[in-house]
Design a protein around this ligand. Structure first.
Ligand code: ZN
Length: 139
C-alpha cells in the first residue's frame, strides 16, 4: 500500500468564504500515482470546514444565509466562548455544522464522485493563513 500526504494553505480575505479545492485534490491524486484507494481531505482548524456540494453560486449564498440564521456572527456577546476575548464562536459552530472532512473513493486514478459533487473549503474565521490536509492511501 502506498500513502501520500500534502497540505494546502489558504488565506481567505474577510470573515467567511468558500473555495472549490477539487482541482488541488485532483493534482495531489495525480502526483501520488495512486489508482485505487481513498482520499481524506480535512480542515486542520476548528473554524473551517471541508465539505462536498454543488458548484453553484446561488447555493453558496444560501449556505451563507442559512449558517447565519443558525449561528449568527453578531452580537458577539451572545456566545460564552467570546467572553474570554475571542469573537469567533459562530465560526466554531458553523464548522461543526458543515463538517471537518470528506472521504472520496479513488477509482482508476480519478475521484469517484456522484453527479455535480465538488470538494469545498469553507472558511468561517478568515484573514489568516490556514491549512487543509490531503491524505491518500491505496495502490
Ligand atoms: Zn475560538
Amino acid at each position: 500500500m502506498k500513502s501520500f500526504r500534502q497540505e494546502l494553505w489558504f488565506e481567505v480575505k474577510g470573515r467567511r468564504g468558500l473555495i472549490n479545492i477539487t482541482p488541488q485534490v485532483e493534482e495531489a491524486l495525480n502526483t501520488s500515482g495512486i489508482k485505487e484507494g481513498l482520499v481524506l481531505v480535512n480542515a486542520m482548524h476548528i473554524t473551517a470546514s471541508v465539505f462536498i456540494n454543488d458548484d453553484e453560486s446561488g447555493l453558496h449564498q444560501d449556505f451563507e444565509a442559512w449558517l447565519e440564521k443558525l449561528a449568527p456572527e453578531k452580537p458577539y456577546s451572545q456566545y460564552q466562548h467570546n467572553a474570554g476575548g475571542e469573537n469567533n464562536a459562530d465560526g466554531h459552530l458553523k464548522r461543526t455544522i458543515m463538517g471537518r472532512e470528506v472521504v472520496v473513493a479513488i477509482t482508476d486514478g480519478k475521484l469517484d464522485f456522484g453527479p455535480w459533487e465538488q470538494i469545498y473549503y469553507g472558511e468561517f474565521d478568515g484573514n489568516r493563513r490556514k491549512r487543509v490536509l490531503i491524505k491518500i492511501i491505496g495502490e
